[in-house]
Design a binder for this molecule. Structure first.
Ligand code: GLN
Length: 448
């Protein structure tokens, strides 16, 4: 907390601190140590943790970095928050993000931007920019973020943390404000692969309150020391040769792939023929789901209410116009158009068909390999305002989006810094669905 007080003025990772709850939890952990029951607490007992501000923690604000929810106080706690806390983790606070998780830079937060701790003139990535920056700056030991199209892995790459989007269904979404319900997954940021695996252990597993959550009882730390000898690691030529991939990023990713081969992994070329359509499918499916999910913010049940609203229609209109920022309004308009009669079949159906093709591509690739290695983000952290048109911003996720579309696990692992390029960049490791332990095993080898 002292470190946050000292440095978060410059970084601005946190939107709200939970000091009282932190001290109460710390007392509880101290008491457990005193009476010899510490071992009965969870894997994160005593570990300071922060949560993205789209996760409910009872009694705190859950704003999604939006004016719309500026004064909303959570009446309950999300499963992914409740699990580590019941195991003795110490809650530090709620972390900044792009508004409703729409974005790749944390610049769309209604409450000011978060800076990249490696260079304060640059973005931390997004949408989980606060979660990445907090770990990177040592303002939390671990944090949680959410990833719909890349929002954990991309800021992880730009801030130099280990950042994990587990397979869809590994972590309960109960109590996490929904963006694209068929794509959203919660996952950890940490300074090491082992810390990330322990954090995932603490939050994973079936939850009756999220029907899509699965019964995974894997210890994600189990094979971290096994090495990659005999593992088949897939490389996708279309990713490595992609237009728009910064050559310096390509080189660092390639070096890491070569290092895996040196450690005994077998490199296998795999094709994902439909992956180039992932971005188009995502910007249909994502806005459609977001449009539906954000309909609840009507200023009646939830959210900002415009003062001089007259009748109900103008109350909706004025409140939603003032409560949502530009990117949120863009997604809502896009989703409402794409779901309208006559248009629906042409776009939404087509996107669902593309989704099936991409899912099959991955299934076929994973008959040949145990894990795929790829870039995370086409470039290192950009400066504020540098990427200003929405389409260029969307390209930040060109290597991550297909993983959400197919429901696989994906993670970013930081690569060594080079002398001329002082900014972090990660390699992405992709697992078959519910074989997330594969990517952790390779990640431990990258780290080594
Ligand atoms: N950048 C992507 C978007 O803006 C992904 C965001 C996310 O994963 N939450 O939609």
């Amino acid at each position: 907390l002292a470190r946050i007080a000292r440095f978060d003025g410059a970084v601005h990772a946190y939107l709200e601190l939970t000091e009282d709850q932190a001290y109460r939890q710390a007392d509880r952990v101290d008491a457990a140590i005193a009476e010899g029951s510490f071992d009965r607490l969870g894997p994160l007992a005593g570990v300071p943790i922060g949560f993205k501000d789209n996760m409910n923690l009872q009694g705190t604000h859950t704003t999604c970095a939006s004016r719309m929810l500026e004064s909303y106080v959570s009446p309950y706690t999300a499963t992914c928050v409740e699990r580590p806390l019941s195991g003795g983790a110490i809650p530090l606070g709620k972390l900044n993000m792009d508004e409703f998780a729409f974005g790749s830079s944390t610049e769309t937060s209604a409450f000011g931007r978060t800076c990249n701790p490696w260079d304060l003139t640059r973005v931390p990535g997004g949408s989980s920019g606060g979660s990445a920056a907090a770990v990177s700056a040592g303002l939390a030991t671990v944090t949680l973020g959410s990833d719909t199209g890349g929002s954990i892995r991309q800021p992880g790459s730009l801030c130099g943390c280990v950042a994990v989007k587990p397979s869809y269904g590994v972590v309960s979404r109960y109590g996490v404000v929904a963006f694209g319900s068929s794509l959203d997954q919660v996952g950890p940021f940490a300074r090491s692969v082992r810390d990330a695996a322990l954090t995932l252990n603490a939050i994973a597993g079936h939850d009756p309150r999220d029907v899509t959550s699965q019964n995974v009882s894997v210890d994600f730390t189990a094979n971290l020391d096994e090495g990659v000898r005999g593992m088949r690691v897939g490389v996708v030529p279309a990713f490595m040769e992609a237009e728009g991939l910064d050559p310096r990023v390509r080189e660092r990713v390639q070096q890491a792939i070569d290092a895996l081969a040196n450690q005994g992994a077998e490199l296998v070329e795999v094709e994902l023929p439909h992956a180039q359509a992932a971005m188009s499918a995502y910007y249909v499916l994502g806005p459609c789901e977001a449009f539906s999910n954000l309909a609840r913010f009507d200023s009646v049940r939830y959210g900002y209410c415009a003062k001089d609203a007259g009748d109900l229609a103008s109350r909706y209109e004025l409140s939603r116009a003032a409560g949502f920022g530009a990117e949120a309004r863009r997604r809502i308009m896009l989703g409402s158009y794409l779901l309208s009669a006559g248009v629906f079949e042409r776009y939404y159906y087509a996107a669902q068909q593309v989704r099936t093709l991409i899912t099959r591509d991955y299934q076929e690739a994973f008959e040949k390999v145990d894990c795929i290695a790829a870039p995370v983000c086409p470039r290192t952290a950009f400066t504020f305002g540098e990427v200003s048109d929405p389409l260029s911003m969307y390209l930040s996720d060109m290597f991550t989006i297909s993983v959400n579309i197919a429901g696989n696990g994906g993670m970013s692992v930081p690569l060594p810094l080079t002398r001329d390029e002082g900014l972090p960049v990660g390699i992405q490791l992709i697992s078959p669905q519910f074989r997330d332990e594969n990517m952790f095993r390779v990640a431990a080898a990258v780290e080594r």
